[in-house]
Design a protein around this ligand. Structure first.
Ligand SMILES: C[S@@+](CC[C@H](N)C(=O)[O-])C[C@H]1O[C@@H](n2cnc3c(N)ncnc32)[C@H](O)[C@@H]1O
Length: 445
């Protein structure tokens, strides 16, 4: 039996004044009785009618969608995508904000996380407070940037391709995704029916003409014959006898080729590559400007993926120096070793940073780049890195909260950020990428 005290509030509506944007991209508001709402599709300063999408009368906070805008912000624009809005596609949650306002709001989230979790003002973090577009991203104002080179389509019960709704397994059927790169759209996935599939990952490399689809069949279903508008390589997701996910090549190359800093990188299924076409070059430039590698440096590239930063470092560390990359994914390590085989100062180790790094016996490094997954590196790894005495550390982060937490750990170990740069590598969404350069705090005599 359900008590009155924990009754579901889903569907209840409140008129609220919308406060600041919070980590995760939702705006904070309060009901008249003081309940905290995280409101999607709203903007700071607006008055909206918010409909509860998650929460009970006893929940600490509720989630809501702005279903009617009673007083609009000057930053609001009509969402260009017909599939974006309350109850629809969960992808682009900031379509209703002008591009400049999107970047300003991302900046406000970074500033808030730095203050709350690392006790740093923007000045103390070496940040001018701006979020820059990716290098070379010169899209005219007002146009929707078609940047997404990798799109994961979900398939509904009738076989129509679409995108997942926000925090839901339901599929929003679409006829095209506005932020998908032209190479993805040209495949025509949405024009066909896929009754035997659960999902389709579509990849259109930006560094080559390679196109790939990774098909996940419904349990027990057969793989369809794939006929798309452009030639693609096809991979299939299955399970081995132990129930572990395995990916097999059906036809074509089992990888796509990408380019960054004038090198070609092979990226196999499951290997990480930045989704925005200008992201890899933008990040390499920011990291190299910050680290300023010297020919004899001992350098580490942690969470190295298919070798993006290790490649850039290996090009610059040419004399008696060395570069060690560490990456947990076996497939990515195979690709990294292939990609960097011409760089004889570069070595790649497979395994988790927190396990492999202590095993290497390395007790000093001159420069370090780390680009961990969303959760960040964590206290143990930060402590280990600080003990290596590097003169500079570049921290690449896709989550400002994880970055701020790790900056606080670095501060405990005597490292502080000297510059921080933020890039809008995910336009139309609340996501943002940061590069912080850290140096040891000089000890006073
Ligand atoms: C954000 S990606 C960065 C990849 C690469 N630096 C790039 O920009 O292309 C993070 C990478 O860390 C790897 N990874 C995740 N957890 C790890 C761990 N504990 N140790 C080592 N690698 C890990 C993932 O497989 C992924 O390739």
């Amino acid at each position: 039996m359900q008590h009155d005290t924990d009754a579901s509030l889903i569907g209840h509506e409140y008129e609220v004044e919308v406060g600041p944007v919070a980590h995760g991209g939702h705006c904070v508001a309060r009901t008249d009785s003081g309940r905290v709402l995280f409101v999607r599709h709203a903007l700071p300063g607006e008055r909206v009618r918010a409909r509860i999408t998650e929460g009970e009368s006893t929940s600490r906070f509720l989630r809501a969608d702005a279903v009617e805008i009673l007083e609009a912000s000057k930053d609001r624009v009509p969402a260009p995508c017909p599939f974006s809005g309350p109850g629809m596609c969960g992808g682009c949650d900031w379509q209703h904000a002008k591009p400049g306002a999107q970047r300003r709001l991302k900046g406000e989230v970074i500033a808030e996380q730095l203050k709350r979790l690392a006790g740093l003002t923007p000045e103390e973090a070496g940040w001018d407070g701006t979020v820059m577009p990716a290098e070379g991203d010169k899209l005219p104002a007002g146009e929707v940037p078609a940047w997404r080179t990798r799109v994961q389509y979900a398939v509904d019960a009738e076989g129509h391709a679409g995108l997942r709704k926000h925090r839901s397994h339901e599929v929003q059927v679409i006829d095209h995704c506005m932020i998908a790169a032209p190479g993805v759209t040209e495949l025509g996935i949405e024009k066909r029916e896929w009754p035997t599939l659960a999902s389709i990952d579509a990849i259109a490399a930006s560094g080559s003409a390679d196109r790939q689809v990774i098909l996940t069949p419904k349990p027990g279903a057969r793989l369809p014959i794939v006929e798309l508008d452009k030639p693609v390589s096809v991979m299939r997701v299955g399970e081995n006898r132990r129930g572990e996910k395995q990916v097999h090549r059906v036809h074509g190359r089992p990888f796509v080729r990408e380019r960054a800093d004038e090198r070609t990188y092979r990226v196999g299924e499951g290997g990480f590559w930045q989704v925005h076409p200008q992201a890899a070059d933008t990040l390499i430039k920011a990291v190299m400007q910050g680290l300023m590698p010297r020919k004899n440096d001992m350098a580490l590239d942690l969470y190295c993926g298919v070798g993006l930063f290790a490649g850039a470092l290996g090009e610059r560390i040419t004399d008696k120096g060395a570069v060690l990359g560490i990456e947990s994914s076996k497939r990515a390590v195979e690709d990294a070793r292939h990609n960097l085989q011409d760089l004889d100062r570069v070595r790649i180790e497979q395994g988790k940073v927190e396990q492999v790094l202590p095993r290497t016996g390395i007790d000093s490094a001159d420069i370090i780049v780390l680009d961990p997954p969303r959760a960040g590196a964590g206290k143990q790894t930060v402590r280990h890195l600080a003990s290596l005495g590097a003169r500079r550390i570049a921290y690449v982060a896709c989550d400002p909260a994880a970055l701020a937490r790790d900056l606080a750990y670095f501060a405990e170990e005597g490292y502080r950020p000297v510059t921080l740069r933020a890039f809008d590598l995910f336009p139309m969404t609340h996501h943002v990428e940061c590069v912080a350069i850290l140096k040891p705090v000089e000890k006073s005599a």
